[in-house]
Design a protein around this ligand. Structure first.
Ligand code: NAD
Length: 394
């Protein structure tokens, strides 16, 4: 069939297998051009391995450090002529390339919050890898079922304390609108922390430790975001920010759990990039369009793969101490948060209106990157050609 994008708000309901494979290949090619990671990880478990930062972590581990990788994700396979979700196509393409390069690569598709998927993962590591020496935690999920009680928690993106209204970009209509968000209830805060906080990260590390599947000196990393003041009411100081604070609590708890095997837990604060998760956050997409224009002009613009290649080479496996800030966080957002960049964003933000979107933001670049997440608009792909939507792991 011929597959075209069908965008509905902040998702695209179709995906292109050849385009997704080409995206993965571009990431692999980027990493192979960098100097290899010396003393990098050997066996890596990536939770949330199919898109965004998790996929790029997997590519950086495999093709930058020659690591074996086990990826866990929650994606929709193609069936009855319907296209798969992009993470499915990405993972099929990744595995194929990793195996062709002589690397072990295996994937588990299912709910990472569940006990069943944790048990399957432990079994797979035991059978195929022995132990893992790096665990990447890169889940971004709208809901979580508690594995003990069966209760379903939903995460929200709400301000805390008072209602909030601020500009956002309506990407369908290319207009600047005002977002009116009601203040979170205590329950909203608790639920968001349950889904996006550190509890599940802790459960994973505890389960791996209890099964003796963590190597001495292992590392584990979860991803955080801070961003600029204009997004704080909805991000850093909102419900999602509380969940991110909980990651830092979990980091300390995990350090206790793995201290006896010389392990270390980290939280890395990453740069704002276009992913399925970030495009759903009101206001953050407007910030990203402004940021991209400024960073492309002033320098330092990066996507997921550039960030993750740097995380592995300059931070996690730099041959010495992992550099952290005063709060103990790895700052991959150092370039985004640079003074010149942030001053320029603050100057542009109040001036952006519907009729200045094209002039003041990189809306075109944002749209292109958004479509690329689903495999559309990738150089060298013939979108007029018939393509088989059902692709599977070999
Ligand atoms: P993403 O939407 O691209 O990826 C999410 C991943 O989680 C996918 O692999 C998906 O399959 C998996 N997943 C979701 N629910 C799952 C479940 N129940 N079981 C198993 N897998 C599941 O997201 P992303 O933007 O790469 O975000 C990853 C992390 O990086 C998040 O913690 C996010 O807050 C953080 N981060 C993102 C940005 C950004 O700008 N996108 C910036 C800084 C930090």
């Amino acid at each position: 069939m011929i597959i075209r994008p069908k965008v509905r708000g902040f998702v695209c309901v179709t995906a292109h297998p050849t385009g997704c494979a080409a995206n993965v290949q571009e990431q692999i090619d980027y990493v192979k051009k960098q100097t290899p990671v010396e003393g990098g990880p050997i066996n890596v478990l990536i939770l949330g391995a199919s898109t965004g930062y998790g996929l790029s972590s997997r590519v950086a581990a495999a093709f930058g450090a020659g690591a074996n990788t086990l990826g866990v994700f929650f994606e929709r396979p193609s069936e009855r002529g319907r296209t798969a979700s992009p993470g499915w196509y990405n993972s099929v393409a990744f595995e194929k390339q990793a195996k062709a390069a002589g690397l072990y690569a295996s994937s588990i598709n299912g709910d990472a919050f569940s006990k069943d998927i944790k048990d399957q993962t432990l079994e797979r590591i035991k059978a195929d890898m022995g132990k893992v020496d790096l665990v990447i935690y890169s889940l971004a999920a709208p809901r979580r079922t508690d594995p003990e009680t069966g209760e379903v928690y939903k995460s929200t993106l709400k301000p805390i304390g008072s209602n909030y209204s601020n500009k956002y970009l309506d990407t369908d209509k290319r207009t600047i609108q005002m977002a009116e968000l009601d203040a979170a209830t205590d329950e909203d805060i608790r639920n968001t922390v349950k889904v996006m906080g550190g509890e599940d990260w802790e459960l994973w590390i505890q389960a791996l430790k209890d099964s003796d599947l963590l190597s001495d000196g292992c590392k584990t990393v979860a991803y955080d975001y801070i961003g600029p003041k204009v997004t704080w009411p909805v991000y850093k100081e909102g419900t999602i920010g509380r969940a991110k604070l909980d990651l830092r609590r979990a980091k300390a708890a995990i350090n206790e759990t793995i201290g006896s095997i010389d392990g270390a837990a980290h939280v890395a604060v990453n740069k704002a990039v276009v992913t399925q998760a970030s495009s759903a956050i009101p206001g953050v997409n407007l910030y990203i369009t402004i940021l991209f224009k400024i960073m492309k002009e002033l320098g330092g613009h990066e996507g997921c793969i550039e960030q993750m290649a740097r995380l592995f080479k300059d931070r996690l496996y730099n041959g010495g101490e992992v550099p952290v800030d005063g709060l103990g966080l790895i700052r991959m957002d150092d370039r985004e948060m640079g003074e010149a960049i942030q001053n320029a964003v603050a100057e542009v933000w109040p001036k952006v209106e519907t009729d200045t979107v094209d002039e003041l933001t990189d809306f075109v670049g944002y749209q292109e990157e958004f479509l690329r997440l689903f495999g559309f608009g990738v150089d060298g792909v013939d979108y007029q050609a018939e393509v088989e939507p059902e692709v599977d792991f070999e």
